[in-house]
Ligand binder design. Structure first.
Ligand code: HEM
Length: 506
């Protein structure tokens, strides 16, 4: 298809576009529609800074359309509309066949791709698992172990006066954590010792990126059929992913068949626990587990990277967080190793760190891991502002833009201010999920929210309690990559300085 002469395409597309704009114009006259912010071409031109572009449009229109000849597209930052599509009329908005077809090869029928009874069943199973003490304890231990590993890497860099690339380190650390928690497998990306795991990890990330590319490639289905280009690459990567996951599932199945005593200590990971409570084919477990890896890896790494970046810009907030941590830990004396620090940190203490919690919520407001979240409308509808949405239209809420709207957060919306999340007693105060949409809202609200905060608090408490941070280049303007998550683009190098009398003790 890449070889089709451009002039031929222009000849076909131009009259179609004219007809399309005429149709839009007559529709606009008849019914109440949202204002037009631009076209998909504008989005493509502004792709590298897409979220800035959409936030600028949102500041002007709150809710707007972007013209696309193939599909109606509505984007909103209006909390009333968000509440309507995510909760009030939840049944009418979902993934639809469009999203399912796009994601199916990679994520199968996992929780991120399905609606209706398939979603309800997985949601029920997963909600139950996420509330168990076994998973809580097991994941807590895993997060602590990996936070200490990162701490020791930081210490080594500090001793040699070298910078560390926190984007890379957090990506590896969160991959290690979710692998252990999801599969019970020691990936050890941080040291690179498990070759098979590292290969899987790379193939998983590539599959993720290649799948996302389908959104802007109108010819992906033809490429898939012919097995060429990005689609051939995607197929190759999914093969690596599948080989790894099915091997783990086979091993687990064998373990399940062993006598109870033998098996008891091994059923802490999510995969084993799912296998225990439901009897399904390996493909079902493959899909469930890959969706959890996707959910649990990049959002945390992304958030922690932006967190340390913003704290480098606000050294006074680094100190305030350190004070909050030490007060919650009742710590009066200096500690000498990262391991000793971790040993003193209890779950109760984490609960008492209100300022740290507020500082994390504030970074998620400004850099929500999922900056744009689309839904498909299943039947014609009228939104709370009286505007029309048609069956098959895509309507997306914009967590990134919403976090920056003055009409939602006030004049200081763009400032990083943890205090906005605290009440008069210094206790964390949550916000309406239809205003703070980073974790979605309604029946499909993020299942891993508490899990995510706990991991981020453990990492932050250990790292900010032991170190201070400074950007290696204060003048470099950070950029994000326009992918599913708002990942920092490229390395983010920082200098690390140990607090008090810290020294290395692996
Ligand atoms: C800062 C971290 C995180 C953020 C900002 C976040 C945000 C979100 C968002 C926006 C959605 C809705 C996605 C959609 O429309 O399909 C979602 C769904 C979900 N999240 Fe998270 N997430 C985070 C971490 C996690 C973690 C660590 C896990 C678990 C390992 C997790 C598990 C899930 C699951 C299972 C769903 C699907 C819920 C459903 O469809 O019923 N998330 N998350």
């Amino acid at each position: 298809m890449d070889l089709l002469p451009v002039s031929f395409l222009i000849l076909i597309i131009t009259p179609l576009l004219l007809l399309f704009f005429l149709y839009i114009y007559t529709q606009q006259k008849k019914n109440k529609y949202h204002p037009i912010g631009g076209t998909v071409l504008n989005m493509l031109i502004n792709f590298k800074m897409l979220h800035h572009y959409m936030a600028d449009l949102a500041a002007k229109y709150k809710t707007f359309r972007m013209l696309n000849p193939f599909q109606g597209e509505i984007y909103t930052t209006d909390p009333a509309i968000v509440e309507y599509i995510l909760k009030t009329n939840f049944e009418n908005y979902g993934k639809g066949t469009f999203t399912h077809t796009l994601l199916e090869d990679f994520l199968g029928d996992g929780i991120f791709t399905v609606d209706g009874h398939q979603w309800r069943e997985q949601r029920k199973l997963a909600s139950h698992e996420f509330s168990t003490k076994v998973l809580r304890d097991f994941s807590g231990l895993t997060f602590r172990k990996n936070a200490v590993k990162v701490g020791n890497i930081f210490l080594e860099a500090a001793n040699c006066n070298q910078t560390v690339d926190i984007n890379d380190i957090f990506m590896k650390a969160t991959a290690d954590s979710i692998f252990k928690v999801a599969f019970g497998v020691e990936l050890d990306n941080l040291s690179g010792s498990n070759k098979e795991g590292v290969n899987f990890s790379r193939a998983f990330d590539d599959s993720n990126e290649l799948t996302y590319r389908r959104l802007v490639d109108l010819f992906w289905k033809i490429k898939k059929y012919l097995n060429i280009g990005a689609e051939a690459e995607l197929r190759k990567n999914i093969k690596v992913v599948d080989a790894f996951v099915y091997k783990v599932i086979k091993t687990k199945t064998k373990q399940m068949q062993k006598p109870q005593d033998d098996f008891l200590p091994k059923k802490e990971d999510i995969l084993s626990r799912f296998m225990q409570i439901t009897d399904r084919d390996p493909k079902y477990f493959r899909d469930i587990i890959l969706n959890f890896v996707l959910a649990g890896k990049d959002p945390i790494a992304t958030t922690l990277t932006w967190f340390l970046y913003i704290l480098c810009k606000h050294p006074e907030i680094q100190d305030k967080i350190d004070q909050d941590i030490k007060e919650a830990m009742n710590m009066t004396e200096d500690i000498t190793t990262v391991t000793d620090f971790e040993a003193l940190l209890s779950e109760d203490m984490l609960e008492k760190m209100h300022y740290l919690h507020a500082a994390l919520a504030e970074i998620i407001r400004l850099y929500p891991a999922l900056p744009l979240d689309p839904k498909i409308c299943f039947s014609d509808d009228v939104l709370p502002d009286g505007c029309i949405v048609k069956k098959g239209d895509m309507i997306a809420y914009l967590p990134y833009a919403m976090g920056r709207m003055k009409f939602i957060w006030g004049e200081d919306a763009l400032d990083y201010k943890p205090e906005r999340w605290l009440d008069n007693n210094g206790c964390f105060r949550s916000e309406s999920p239809f205003k703070f949409t980073a974790f979605q809202a309604g029946p499909r609200t993020c299942l891993g929210r508490e899990f995510a905060y706990r991991q981020m608090k453990i990492f932050s408490a250990i790292l900010l309690g032991c170190f201070t941070f400074k950007l290696s280049n204060e003048n470099k303007v950070p950029r994000y990559r326009t992918t599913i998550n708002i990942q920092h683009d490229g390395p983010l190098d920082i200098y690390v300085f140990p607090r008090s009398g810290l020294h290395h003790n692996p």
